[in-house]
Design a protein around this ligand. Structure first.
Ligand code: IPD
Length: 270
């Protein structure tokens, strides 16, 4: 149901994500980035991930001091208002390290167990994606519509891989089974942008196993509000902190066949 409050939260998400994205634009690909690793040796974090998270959290709490916030780089505040913000300060950190477009700030507001407002700002592509539940989705102010694709063999499909080497080996095996059955596959390196590209028709569909809530929350709402379907293999609940489910987002008539295809390829078992 359309709630006017969601529009205000969407606008706040856009404002804070834009400010963070300016920092990304200024530092993407810089030779002097300080880089640490997180879950595995291939999982990078830079000082800019931490700076942008601090900026975004500070601005959100300045505007809405009673809200909760969870961020990829450690922000974790319970709040009392019933509204929780999910923040990925740099989704696509590897893209950011190399100066490749697609690195983005992803901010979503959740209330009543649902994501209700979202912004994904991808400064190197010049894209500001925004959505509020019941009010549609936009890119740079223009309304979005997912494609009318229905046949996987004529569909361009995005996917991604986490950082765990063993899981990556299994994901590669799934990809070997998926690739011959679709038009082609794109690996953009940023889950939030993959989902927004389903929304704006640059992809027909997308699947990935092992995302965290901050990876899928904002982009997932943008996709849904553009008419795409977003769900999981096996209809398990979308992950909130415990990665495991295989998320599928696709043009409405493609969703069931694509989900069946990636399920048969073993995407949920990786
Ligand atoms: C990653 C990116 C990548 C996806 C990974 C995510 P991060 O997010 O979205 O495309 O395949 O699963 O972890 O680590 O750059 O914020």
């Amino acid at each position: 149901m359309a709630d006017p409050e969601h529009l205000a939260w969407r606008d706040l998400a856009v404002a804070v994500a834009r400010a963070g994205a300016e920092r990304i634009r200024a530092r993407a690909g810089a030779a002097d980035l300080r880089v640490d690793t997180k879950s595995t040796e291939t999982d990078p974090v830079t000082e800019v991930d931490r700076e942008v998270e601090a900026m975004v959290v500070e601005s959100l709490l300045a505007a809405r001091p009673d809200d909760g916030v969870v961020g990829e780089e450690g922000a974790d505040r319970a709040g009392t208002s019933g509204v929780r913000w999910l923040v990925d300060p740099i989704d696509g950190t590897v893209n950011f390290l190399y100066g490749i477009p697609g690195c983005n700030v992803s901010v979503a507001a959740e209330a009543g167990g649902q994501v209700v407002a979202a912004a994904v700002v991808d400064p190197l592509h010049g894209d500001v994606f925004a959505a509020a539940r019941g009010h549609g989705a936009t890119r740079n102010g223009h309304a979005l519509r997912a494609t009318s694709a229905s046949d996987p063999a004529r569909s361009l499909v995005g996917t991604g891989f986490g950082y765990d080497p063993e899981r990556r080996r299994r994901q590669a095996e799934v990809l070997v089974r998926v690739l011959p059955q679709v038009r082609d596959v794109r690996r953009l390196g940023a889950a939030a942008v993959d989902l927004c590209w389903v929304a704006c028709g640059r992809l027909d569909g997308y699947y990935e196993t092992g995302l965290q809530a901050w990876d899928w929350a904002a982009g997932g709402l943008v996709a849904e509000e553009a008419g795409a379907r977003v769900g999981t293999v096996g209809d398990v609940p979308l992950p909130d902190g415990l990665p495991g489910a295989c998320i599928v987002a696709a043009a409405p008539d493609l969703f069931d066949p694509l989900r069946a295809l990636v399920a048969a390829a073993g995407a949920a078992e990786v």
